[in-house]
Design a binder for this molecule. Structure first.
Ligand code: BYC
Length: 497
């Protein structure tokens, strides 16, 4: 399908009369009155065919003509913002949606604290702001590229639909950042918007900007762990940017966060359902020892120690996305009012300027792990990482509760912060999941017990057989408790043509 066909197809996908807030009459649905901003509209309409070419070349392989039961945003209020309908992915209405403006909003932190939030880019912070928007924007198409092969091995139509929902919404998040670049950064912004479609996940000469977005997502366990951990980095970073003094960025991120919640739900429940299938099969076969891996694998389910290794990998790679624990970039982003802390406006008990505050940062000194007080301004990445680790724990506790309920003696644990790190304080250090500082030889001897090894990956790959019959699930994953949009168990979430 050519880009032009896709555009004309898209125009009819959702009838315009149903929406009040978002203008679906426009080629690019939006709630930013794009129609009255001809220059920006033209620039975005010029970018659109390139986006659609990227989607057809680098988006999900296959299934582009299938009807997928997708939700599309039809408003930005917290209750009832989405409409569900069968849509062919290339016809998805990728729109520009900002959360409502808060009248009288002031900058909640940094040197400009208390001043009115900026509606235009402040000249002195232009380069920094642009860099952060580009980094954020780059992750969105990257994740679609990483996940593009997964449709063919979906363990059910329900899961396939969730994958495609995540994919189209990451596409929309790219639109969100491109809108900011094109509207507020002139020619530089337009060039950055083009470059976002040119870098490619995993490509050697023009890779995506951040490390984790160049890793492969080769199987569904990786996808679920990615959406649990890495989309949660998305949540933390978007929450920090939602505090921004640059109001259009704040409003954009506030709406993106509502979509991000579903992606983490897909990850958490995907792992949860994998655990449920494993525990049920173990109980049925009378296997008591979760470490009897051979016996468990024979049942066609994923052993829990392997899931722990996957967890270790995705947790550690995602932690690198927070940047160096001690960072002058982070201090500058905060000081200038561009990027706050998680939940900044509601943090009690500090001055939101942090000139004299300190924050404890873990590091290795003389071969030993120590905690040292660092200037809080320079330790903001470390703090956001700690908030992330705490946020992950809720989901991990829920996984552990279901294992306990099944009567299986196993518990998932987050690895130590320094485990398997490539960025920041622990880069180049060898730390075990339990937090012991190791020699290189000790690490080489034991890391195969802590990270997915070749045998694990071959086993997972052997399980990745498609299950595309409505209401049926692959052996290694349980059915969800509730269907999407409360649909019945045998609902045909994807009509494959
Ligand atoms: N890989 O002072 P430093 C999401 C670079 S996920 C490669 O240590 P800083 C999503 C850094 O860019 C959320 N390079 O850290 C999830 C800098 O380079 P430059 C994405 C890295 O700058 C799932 C240099 O090292 N959003 O939305 O304080 C699916 C020194 O930097 C890495 C954001 O990240 C790395 N891991 O913080 C879809 C928010 N880490 O500039 C989507 C916007 C650091 O000197 N970005 N570097 O060339 C930021 O806030 C910051 O750029 C970072 C880094 C937190 C990423």
């Amino acid at each position: 399908m050519s880009a032009e066909d896709i555009i004309s197809d898209a125009a009819g996908a959702i009838s315009a009369d149903r929406f009040v807030e978002i203008d679906y009459d426009e080629v690019i649905p939006n709630n930013v009155a794009l129609g009255s901003d001809r220059q920006i509209q033209r620039a975005l309409e010029g970018w659109r065919p390139k986006y659609l070419d990227w989607w057809s070349g680098m988006g999900p392989i296959g299934y582009q003509t299938s009807e997928v039961y997708l939700r599309t945003a039809v408003g930005v209020d917290p209750g009832g913002w989405a409409k569900f309908a069968y849509v062919k992915m290339p016809s998805y209405r990728w729109g520009i949606l900002l959360a409502p403006k808060v009248e009288g909003r002031t900058i909640p932190f940094g040197r400009h604290k208390g001043e009115p939030a900026w509606q235009e880019v402040p000249g002195e912070h232009r380069a920094l702001l642009r860099r952060l928007i580009v980094v954020q924007g780059d992750t969105e198409p990257a994740s679609v590229e990483q996940q593009r092969f997964l449709g063919a091995t979906a363990p059910s139509l329900y899961d396939m639909r969730n994958l495609f929902q995540v994919n189209v919404e990451e596409g929309r998040h790219l639109w969100a950042m491109v809108y900011l670049l094109v509207k507020y950064f002139g020619r530089d912004g337009r060039e950055e918007a083009e470059a976002l479609l040119e870098r490619q996940s995993g490509q050697l000469d023009n890779p995506r900007i951040l490390g984790a977005f160049n890793e492969r997502t080769p199987d569904w366990l990786s996808f679920f762990m990615f959406t649990f951990f890495t989309d949660r980095d998305g949540k933390m970073q978007l929450a920090a940017l939602a505090e921004s003094g640059f109001d259009p960025l704040s409003r954009t991120c506030r709406f993106m966060l509502t979509e991000e919640a579903h992606h983490m739900f897909v990850g958490e429940t995907g792992v949860q359902r994998t655990i449920e299938a494993t525990c049920a099969a173990m109980v049925k076969a009378g296997i008591k020892d979760p470490n009897d891996v051979e016996a468990v694998r024979k049942l066609g389910v994923v052993d829990l120690p392997l899931l722990q290794r996957k967890l270790n990998f995705h947790a550690s790679v995602t932690r690198d996305l927070f940047g160096s624990e001690i960072s002058s970039n982070a201090a500058e982003s905060f000081g200038s009012g561009i990027k706050g802390r998680f939940n900044e406006a509601n943090l009690k008990g500090d001055d939101h300027v942090l000139a004299d505050a300190t924050y404890p940062v873990a590091r290795v000194v003389d071969g030993k792990l120590v905690e040292e007080q660092a200037p809080a301004l320079r330790a903001l990445n470390s703090r956001l990482l700690d908030d992330f680790i705490a946020d992950c724990q809720g989901g991990i506790d829920r996984w552990n509760r279901s294992i306990e309920k099944a009567g299986v003696a196993f518990k998932f644990v987050q690895p130590h912060k320094g485990f398997n790190r490539r960025i920041g304080e622990f880069a180049g250090k060898r730390i075990s999941p339990a937090g012991e500082v190791l020699t290189e030889d000790e690490w080489q001897a034991r890391s195969g017990d802590w990270l997915p090894n070749d045998a694990d990956m071959a086993f997972i790959s052997s399980l990745m057989k498609p299950c595309h019959e409505p209401g049926k699930y692959a052996s290694w994953i349980a059915a969800p408790r509730v269907g999407v949009d409360n649909k019945p168990g045998d609902f045909e979430y994807v009509k494959i043509y």
